[in-house]
Write a protein that binds this ligand. Structure first.
Ligand code: ZN
Length: 417
């Protein structure tokens, strides 16, 4: 398979054409842009080149997030826009990159219209948003805002045992510098992240652009099921201590309990030891992604699931342990900002989301908002994720109108139409 066709629009097409081949895997048709990997470094170099082409000042902060500044020396706090360029395993082309590409394209559109900012505008590429390699989502923005301990971050390891510190160091980024950055945060007044919608609400509403209301609370938990490795051909069923059974039961229980609570629960990753076809496992480690409309529901879901798994583990003669690896509380986006965006964008519809974003992390420190662009497939974290050329262009225009409204004088209607 070839990379997806670039959405056609002046300037946009060129941006997509230069980015789409990076980290593309023809066999799956998806992207593997894991934080600090060769593919991610290629994307970061692409970002640097885009900044240079536009005469923007490129700054990499102490946590590896990239910032391209337009009018860095203007008075006032900056309006930041952008998103991320890393991906989940075999992710789609637009989750993250759409926000970064649209930011550069919106800047081009504003400049072509003769518009100039009255306060600084920064385009961000947040490091390691997906957490696909080191297990903590939004690592770059969490470190920036003091929501991830630098020692813990440095010690995170990937599947090959490479630490985040080593991966950053190999990429020329000083891991000792990791940590909260009040000076940088103090320079940013607002952050608006444009993102492909991860669902089908805009399709059903027949609208290209929506404004986010809130992000559901969500977290990741590691379930450890321990048993006894033994021969699959010689061990009587009655004599087995098979942790795979406990795991299998827990997956089904998670689904059932999530449905009962109006929540979401997904086991998407497991590790089996010794991982042999003819061996009863000695250990199954499984990662649960849990999300719910509110925090009380999420903790009730986890408590019920934990007790069900524990009970089942006893029946299977297995050991059981659950460790919370991350937990993000509910995030309400800034009400005044989101209302202003909805008004600026022709009463764009308001949508909640179950997905975490850097805008949600930054919301703890400054007013943030998100714009969603219609995704006809509704699919996300998969090559089936889509956006049309027309909607991509609508996203660029929406972002340009947003930047104009917030960082200077609103655009004339003929420019933003
Ligand atoms: Zn994303």
């Amino acid at each position: 398979m070839r990379p997806p066709a670039a959405p056609e629009a002046p300037g946009l097409e060129e941006l997509w054409r230069s980015l789409l081949p990076l980290g593309y895997h023809p066999a799956s048709g998806g992207y593997r842009r894991f934080a600090w990997s060769a593919a991610d470094l290629a994307c970061r170099a692409w970002f640097t080149a885009q900044a240079a082409d536009r005469g923007l000042a490129l700054r990499t902060d102490r946590n590896g997030n990239q910032w391209a500044w337009w009018g860095e020396d203007l008075p006032g706090k900056a309006l930041a826009v952008g998103s991320h360029l890393d991906s989940v395993p075999d992710g789609g082309a637009f989750d993250g990159p759409l926000g970064v590409v649209a930011s550069f394209a919106a800047l081009d559109l504003l400049r072509a219209a003769g518009w100039a900012p009255q306060r600084p505008v920064a385009i961000a590429n947040f490091a390691d948003e997906e957490g696909a390699r080191f297990g903590v989502a939004c690592a770059g923005s969490r470190l920036l805002t003091g929501q991830l301990d630098p020692d813990r971050a440095r010690a995170l390891t990937d599947a090959d045992g490479v630490s985040l510190a080593a991966a950053m160091e190999a990429a020329g980024q000083d891991p000792d510098a990791l940590g909260p950055d009040a000076e940088l945060l103090g320079r940013i007044g607002q952050y608006v992240e444009l993102h492909i919608e991860q669902g089908r609400a805009l399709v059903d509403l027949d609208r290209a652009i929506g404004v986010a209301t809130a992000i559901w609370p969500h977290g990741r938990w590691r379930f450890e099921f321990g048993g006894e490795a033994n021969h699959a051909g010689t061990t009587l069923l009655a004599d087995r201590r098979d942790p795979m059974l406990t795991y299998a039961y827990t997956v089904l229980a998670a689904r059932k309990k999530a449905a009962a609570h109006g929540a979401l629960a997904t086991f998407g990753r497991i590790r089996v030891e010794p991982n042999g076809t003819n061996a009863i496992p000695s250990k199954v480690s499984a990662w649960l992604d849990g999300r719910a409309p509110d925090e009380a529901t999420l903790s009730a879901l986890l408590a019920e699931l934990e007790s069900a798994a524990r009970e089942r583990a006893e029946r299977d003669g297995a050991s059981f342990l659950v460790v919370n690896e991350s937990l993000t509380p509910v995030v309400e986006f800034d009400h005044a900002l989101r209302d202003q965006l909805a008004k600026t964008l022709d009463e764009a519809p308001a949508l909640p989301t179950g997905a975490g974003h850097d805008a949600g992390i930054l919301a703890a420190c400054l007013p943030t908002a998100m714009l969603f662009v219609r995704n006809p497939s509704g699919v996300s974290h998969s090559p089936a994720e889509q956006t049309s050329m027309a909607d991509c262009r609508a996203g660029v225009h929406a972002l340009a109108r947003t930047v104009a409204q917030l960082a200077g004088t609103p655009l004339a209607p003929e420019v933003s139409a």
